[in-house]
Design a protein around this ligand. Structure first.
Ligand code: COA
Length: 162
């Protein structure tokens, strides 16, 4: 039986930390769907189309990854598509408390999906989309945190030559 996992997030923008989780989930599941949230609680720098396009490009070498977008409640999207697992990356103990609460709430909402945690690579454990945006906006180097394509898109957005 084919097993499909969802990896959901706002990906504003996708970081190499996210990509590491996607690659490792793709090695564990038959198919991984990267679900880009259309209406994140936070206001986004990149439009939904831009975020989807950057995830597609970053994942083009991973055969069993598909990129979609969704809006509304995560659990509704999970149940509708009958995902077997919802993969979450854990970067630190600070992530754990929030993630545990979310996993518990979602367990009451999912028909049958399980939340599965993958530990982020230690060398990427401090990377977040906000941090990357802040450094890029102030002209700092973001090599090693995002792909070359996304680095260039950030430079274009902020109009700086970093
Ligand atoms: N590497 C790098 N950064 C990571 C990471 C990793 N492995 N894992 C998480 N992060 C970062 C993200 O970049 C993000 O950083 P930011 O706050 O600077 O943007 C932060 O950690 C939080 O990430 P995440 O928990 O994935 O939040 P999200 O907003 O991107 O998406 C959803 C989380 C998809 C669960 C949530 O937004 C959602 O589903 N919304 C729909 C409404 C809903 O159902 N809400 C109830 C959920 S119980």
């Amino acid at each position: 039986m084919d097993r499909t996992a969802l990896y959901a997030g706002s990906f504003d923008p996708l970081t190499l930390g996210h990509l590491d989780i996607i690659e490792r989930a793709a090695a564990l599941y038959d198919t991984v769907v990267v679900g880009v949230v259309a209406n994140p609680g936070k206001s986004s720098l990149f439009s939904l189309d831009e975020r989807v396009a950057m995830v597609c490009k970053a994942c083009e070498g991973i055969a069993n990854v598909r990129v979609e977008s969704f809006e509304g409640l995560l659990a509704d999207y999970v149940n509708k598509n009958k995902f077997d697992a919802v993969v979450r990356g854990l970067r630190s103990c600070a992530d754990f408390e929030y993630e545990m609460d979310m996993a518990h709430i979602n367990a009451t909402l999912y028909d049958s999906a399980e939340t599965v945690f993958l530990m982020t690579k230690p060398e990427l454990s401090f990377v977040s989309s906000s941090m990357v945006k802040e450094v890029a906006s102030l002209g700092g180097k973001i090599d090693g945190f995002v792909t070359e394509d996304i680095k260039n898109q950030l430079i274009n957005k902020y109009g700086r030559n970093n």
